[in-house]
Design a protein around this ligand. Structure first.
Ligand code: ACM
Length: 532
C-alpha cells in the first residue's frame, strides 16, 4: 500500500469508528455500551448451542441457561458436538476494572470475556437484551453479531427502596433486584427502618418487630388532607429472609446496603423501647408521613442498644457499608433535655448540630471497629462530618460537593433528578404522588459529577442512586410504575460515557425494550411514552 492509499485507508477506518460511536443504535441496549460495532449476520441459540464456561463462572453460566429456558423455553444441554458456542471466559489480561467486559461474535461463537465474574455477568446482560421478543415463540433465538468493549462510568449504580412506609414481600424484592440487574445496577439500598415501621428482625430486641413492625393505621390521600384509616398495617423480614435476599443479590452481583435510621426517623423503635428517647414516654408507631420530633436520646443506654442492633445487622449484610440515616433530625427534644444539655457542656459541643455530629461519630466508631464504613444523608455534614463517612447528597448536590472537597466519598441522589417518588408527568393525569416533577428526560439529563469539582475531588463521586420512597406507593405494581423507565434512564447516566448520551436515541432504545418488560409483567409508566 502506498502512502496515499494508506492515508485514505486510515481516514476511512477513523470515520467508520466515529460513525459507530455516534450513529443511532437501533438495538434494545440500555445502558448503551461504551464501544459497539454491529456486523452483518446473526447467531442462533438453539438446542444445539453449548455454553462453554470457565469453572469459576458456574453462577453466570447457570444464570444464562436459566434465562434462556425460562423466557424462551430452550433447554441448553451439555453437548460434546455443538453446532455453535457461547464462551464465557475469564481473561486476566483485559481491563482490570472488574465490571468491564468484551463481547466478540460470529455465526459460530459468541465470546464474553472479562477479568472477573462481574464483567461476565454484565456481558450476559447485554447479550440477553439482544434477544428477540419472548412472546414470539421460536425454536431459536436469533441475535445480531456485535463486537463490544464496555465498562461502567461509575462504580455506584444504586437503587433504593423504602420498605418501612410500605412493606414489600421478599418475592417482590427479588423481582426488583432482577430489574436492577437487567440494567447493570449494582447496589440495592434497603431502607429497613423509619417512623412508620421497623422491618428487620433483631434477635436481642424482639419488640422491635413484635411492636415496631405494626402501625394502627395509615394516611389516606395526601398529607395535607390529614385523613387516616384504622387498618393495622405491617410486616418484617426475618434474618433468614434478609440473608436469602443477600444471597439472591450476590448472584446478580448486587451489593445490599441496609439502612437503619438514627437518631431521627426512629419512632417505630421508640414505640418498642421508649426508654431510648429523651422523654422515655410511651409512644406509637407512626401513622402519618413526615418528620417526627421524638428521636433517639444520646445516652449510653441508647448507644449500647444501637451497638447490639448494628452488630446483628452487620452479621446479616456482608456489604462494607451500613447506612445510618442521619437526615431530618429535629432538635427540640435534645434542647429540652437536661441530660443532653449536660452532655453538650461536658463535651464542649456548642449546639445541637454538634450533638448530632457527636451521635454519628459514636456510631461510626462501632461500625469502623467491624471494618465497615457508615453512609449518612447529607445532614451528617452539619456540626462536623464523621471522619470516614460516605455522604449521600439528597437535598441538592451542595452536600455532596462539600463532602468531596473534604476528601469523602459521595453518592449523588439529588431530589431534583433521582427521587422516583416524584411525579413523572402532569400530576392531574398521574396517580397520587408526594409532589415534585422528575420526568424521564430530566433523570436522563443528570450528570453526577458537578462541574465545580477538580479532577481529584471528582474521583470521590462514586455514582448516583434512584430513591423510591413509598409513602404514596402501596403496591409492587406502583413501585414498578414509579421506577420504570426512570431507572433505565439513570442506568445509562451512571454507566455510559457522558459524550455518548443522547436522549432521543435512548428513548428509541427504551421503546424497543417494551416487549420484554411486558413479557415480564413489569408495570412501567405509559406516561413515559409521551415524554419524548
Ligand atoms: C430523605 O429523603 N429524607 C433522605
Amino acid at each position: 500500500m502506498n502512502r496515499k492509499s494508506l492515508f485514505l485507508y486510515c481516514t476511512l477506518l477513523l470515520s467508520l469508528q466515529v460513525w459507530a460511536q455516534t450513529d443511532t443504535l437501533k438495538l434494545p441496549l440500555i445502558p448503551r455500551p461504551a464501544e459497539i460495532n454491529v456486523s452483518a449476520g446473526s447467531f442462533k441459540i438453539g438446542l444445539n448451542t453449548h455454553i462453554l464456561a470457565d469453572p469459576k463462572l458456574l453462577n453466570e453460566s447457570k444464570y444464562l441457561r436459566n434465562f434462556i429456558l425460562a423466557n424462551h423455553q430452550i433447554p441448553l444441554l451439555n453437548l460434546t458436538k455443538a453446532s455453535n458456542l457461547i464462551v464465557l471466559r475469564i481473561n486476566k489480561s483485559l481491563d482490570k476494572n472488574k465490571e468491564s467486559y468484551r463481547i466478540s461474535s460470529s455465526a459460530k461463537q459468541i465470546i464474553i470475556e472479562a477479568s472477573e465474574p462481574n464483567g461476565i455477568f454484565y456481558g450476559i446482560q447485554t447479550l440477553i437484551q439482544l434477544f428477540p421478543d419472548p412472546k414470539n415463540k421460536a425454536s431459536a433465538i436469533t441475535i445480531p453479531l456485535v463486537q463490544i468493549a464496555d465498562k461502567p462510568n461509575y462504580t455506584w449504580r444504586g437503587m433504593h427502596l423504602d420498605c418501612s412506609r410500605h412493606f414489600f414481600t421478599t418475592a417482590f424484592i427479588k423481582k426488583y433486584l432482577d430489574m436492577m440487574a437487567y440494567y447493570k445496577m449494582n447496589t440495592f439500598h434497603w431502607h429497613l427502618t423509619d417512623d412508620q415501621g421497623w422491618r428487620i428482625e433483631i434477635k436481642k430486641y424482639p419488640k422491635l418487630t413484635e411492636v415496631g413492625a405494626w402501625r394502627n393505621g395509615s394516611m389516606i390521600g395526601h398529607y395535607r388532607d390529614q385523613k387516616f384509616d384504622s387498618i393495622k398495617y405491617g410486616g418484617f423480614y426475618t434474618q433468614d429472609e434478609a440473608k436469602e435476599i443477600v444471597a439472591y443479590a450476590q448472584k446478580l452481583h448486587i451489593d445490599v446496603v441496609p439502612e437503619i435510621e438514627m437518631p431521627g426517623h426512629a419512632l417505630a423503635a421508640l414505640a418498642a423501647y421508649p426508654e431510648f428517647s429523651c422523654s422515655k414516654q410511651a409512644t406509637q408507631v407512626g401513622m402519618r408521613w413526615g418528620v417526627e420530633t421524638n428521636v433517639f436520646c444520646p445516652t449510653e443506654e441508647t448507644f449500647t442498644f444501637l451497638n447490639h442492633v448494628l452488630n446483628e445487622v452487620m452479621e446479616i449484610f456482608p456489604s462494607k457499608y451500613v447506612h445510618i440515616g442521619g437526615d431530618e433530625v429535629p432538635k427540640e427534644e435534645w434542647e429540652k433535655s437536661a441530660f443532653c444539655q449536660k452532655l453538650m457542656a461536658d463535651n464542649k459541643l456548642k449546639d445541637a448540630h454538634e450533638l448530632q455530629s457527636y451521635f454519628i461519630r459514636r456510631i461510626e466508631k462501632m461500625v469502623n471497629q467491624k471494618g465497615k464504613i457508615i453512609i449518612g444523608w447529607d445532614e451528617i455534614l452539619e456540626g462536623g462530618l464523621a471522619p470516614n463517612a460516605l455522604v449521600m447528597s439528597w437535598r441538592g448536590t451542595e452536600g455532596g460537593i462539600a463532602a468531596a472537597k473534604m476528601g469523602h466519598d459521595v453518592v449523588m441522589t439529588p431530589g431534583s433528578h433521582c427521587y422516583f417518588d416524584h411525579y413523572q408527568g402532569t400530576p392531574a393525569n398521574e396517580p397520587l404522588a408526594i409532589g415534585g416533577l422528575t420526568t424521564l428526560e430530566k433523570v436522563y439529563s443528570y450528570n453526577p459529577t458537578p462541574a465545580s469539582l477538580s479532577q481529584q475531588e471528582a474521583k470521590h463521586i462514586l455514582g448516583a442512586q434512584g430513591n423510591v420512597w413509598t409513602e404514596y406507593i402501596a403496591t409492587p405494581e406502583q413501585v414498578e410504575y414509579m421506577m420504570m423507565p426512570r431507572m433505565a434512564a439513570l442506568a445509562e447516566t451512571v454507566w455510559t460515557p457522558e459524550n455518548l448520551k443522547d436522549y432521543p436515541d435512548f428513548f428509541m432504545r427504551w421503546q424497543l425494550q417494551i416487549p420484554y418488560l411486558e413479557f415480564k409483567k413489569i408495570n412501567f409508566s405509559k406516561t413515559s411514552l409521551q415524554s419524548k
